[in-house]
Design a protein around this ligand. Structure first.
Ligand SMILES: Nc1nc2c(ncn2[C@@H]2O[C@H](COP(=O)(O)OP(=O)(O)OP(=O)(O)O)[C@@H](O)[C@H]2O)c(=O)[nH]1
Ligand SMILES: [Mg+2]
Length: 226
């Protein structure tokens, strides 16, 4: 009993100090007029692939940077670097999520003079990153439909906290027993206002709606200078 109370106190302190730094990061993004988004999803959901497919829609006329979060390796950062944009890898060394201090440490490594969009790919995990504000404008979930239509109701916290969800790997729809109506219904029950995109990064279906929405979000953020 005593030890679980101590654990709660430690967690509360941790989240408290994370939130303080997150506000500093958020002020930094605001000052530089750069939309920052926090991309969250299970290992292999397709976060990096979605970034790879998204970047070509932005880099012709906008400046985009990427922060890659992983436990070990720089494999995702290497994939993003092919697109010739600034990318920094953060290795958590075992931690299951990024936190605002890790992000703040790498911010000075970017040139902020004309950055429009900063995409932060979190460590592959649908649970832990939900509790850690990085200072982003909003969270985006990437969920592979192959994982099953019960995932939103089993992991509701992240769905409650996100602005958009990309339901990826739609090319597998007919090869699985996933019920997309259940999936959509459960997501909307948890978060009625969330944007839902049904996408296949493999064949490109649905990507246009996602990239148009994200572009609109970048423009809206830049117009809202308050
Ligand atoms: N069939 C199919 N495969 C996909 C799709 N999107 C991604 N993949 C594949 O799924 C695998 C995992 O994709 P990643 O983009 O590395 O996934 P991730 O979420 O970044 O993974 P972590 O960073 O390790 O958490 C790769 O083999 C991709 O090619 C899709 O829409 N359809
Ligand atoms: Mg990845």
């Amino acid at each position: 009993m005593e030890s679980s109370r101590r654990e709660i106190e430690v967690m509360a302190n941790l989240l408290g100090s994370n939130d303080v730094q997150a506000e500093v990061n958020r002020a930094h993004f605001r000052k530089n007029n750069c939309l920052a988004i926090n991309v969250i999803g299970s290992p292999g959901a397709g976060k990096t692939t979605l970034l790879e497919k998204t970047l070509p829609h932005f880099t012709l006329d906008l400046r985009v940077g990427v922060i890659e979060g992983d436990i070990f390796t720089s494999k995702d950062a290497d994939r993003i670097a092919v697109h010739k944009i600034p990318v920094i890898q953060i290795n958590t060394g075992g931690g299951c999520h990024l936190d605002s201090k890790m992000v703040s440490k790498v911010l000075p490594e970017f040139d902020w003079s004309s950055m429009d969009l900063m995409i932060i790919e979190n460590v592959g995990n649908l649970v832990c990153p939900a509790d850690f504000d990085l200072g982003e404008a909003f969270k985006v979930i990437v969920l592979s439909i192959v994982e099953g239509d019960d995932k939103p109701s089993k992991y509701p916290v992240i769905f409650r906290n996100a602005k958009a969800v990309v339901l990826n790997k739609m090319d597998f729809e007919l090869l699985t027993d996933v019920n997309m109506e259940t999936m959509r219904h459960d997501i909307r029950t948890i978060n009625p206002g969330i944007e839902i995109f049904e996408v296949s990064c493999r064949n490109g279906n649905g990507l246009q709606a996602w990239t148009s929405w994200l572009r609109h979000e970048v423009e809206a953020y830049k117009e809202d200078k308050g």
